[in-house]
Design a protein around this ligand. Structure first.
Ligand SMILES: C[S@@+](CC[C@H](N)C(=O)[O-])C[C@H]1O[C@@H](n2cnc3c(N)ncnc32)[C@H](O)[C@@H]1O
Length: 240
């Protein structure tokens, strides 16, 4: 089944099309601007020197793509893939003003069913996408397939917290205040309630690491931020 034959994928695509216009501003407010710091850390893990080509899966409005583009030199390129046309339109509208924007390109397509050749990319990165993906094993198998031997995969995402005082405080913010802010600013409380629910029902980071290993990745590591509310997975495709 291709990704967009799947009703859950179609619903996620429609939701991002709907909230695209308010996505950037809400992201900054909700993450208290910490998302930029995490993105920079993720990019450091995947970028190497030289004329590399990096794929950003679920690029959205291009936050990770453009942050990475700022750091590239020479003939390096960043390709952003997303299935939401409205998110991509916003990404494309930023290309002219972004540093090295001409070294980025955006393609509409599914992250589990993309048209790229095997071993086409030197690195694959993704941010805040995994929770939305209907078939995570397929997503990782695809990332593995398009990555060159020796290349790195990096993912940032939000994860459910174990019950601690921090979790209680964080839950209040994330499950009560965030849907309210989303309702107010994006006029879409349902989408921002989904955001909270998708985190609550997501796998623990250790399970995501297992799925990466099952897809063939090696040297899988997990780095936790905010007591594990946000985790970065780094994995390698090593030569057989
Ligand atoms: C929360 S946004 C993150 C956007 C961007 N990576 C960022 O860091 O701001 C998730 C994005 O993933 C995209 N997405 C989710 N599932 C996808 C899939 N199976 N194929 C392609 N894009 C997908 C959505 O359309 C949305 O733009």
């Amino acid at each position: 089944m291709s990704s967009l034959d799947n009703p859950r994928d179609r619903a996620i695509q429609a939701m991002f099309d709907r909230i695209a216009g308010r996505y950037d501003i809400l992201n900054r407010i909700i993450s208290l601007r910490l998302d930029n710091t995490w993105r920079s850390k993720a990019i450091k893990e995947v970028l190497r020197s030289g004329d590399q080509v990096i794929l950003d899966l679920g690029a959205g409005t291009g936050d990770l793509t453009f942050t990475a583009a700022k750091k590239i030199k020479g003939g390096a390129r960043i390709v952003g893939l997303d299935f939401s046309l409205e998110m991509l339109k916003l990404a494309r509208s930023k290309q002219n003003s972004a540093k090295n924007g001409e070294k980025t390109c955006f393609i509409q397509g599914s992250a589990t069913f993309s048209p790229f050749k095997d071993c086409a990319f030197d690195g694959v990165m993704t941010a805040f996408v995994l929770r939305n993906v209907s078939d995570l094993s397929l997503f990782f198998a695809h990332a593995f397939r398009v990555l060159k031997n020796g290349g790195r995969f990096v993912s940032l995402d939000m994860f459910p917290l174990r019950k601690t005082w921090f979790a209680a405080f964080y839950s209040l913010y994330f499950y009560r205040l965030v849907p309210w802010i989303g309702g107010l600013l994006a006029h879409d409380r349902v989408a921002y309630r989904y955001l909270a629910e998708s985190v609550e029902s997501f796998h623990p980071p250790e399970r995501v690491a297992e799925l990466l290993e099952q897809a063939g990745f090696k040297q899988v590591t997990i780095r936790k931020f905010l007591n594990g509310a946000v985790c970065m997975h780094v994995a390698e495709k090593t030569n057989p």
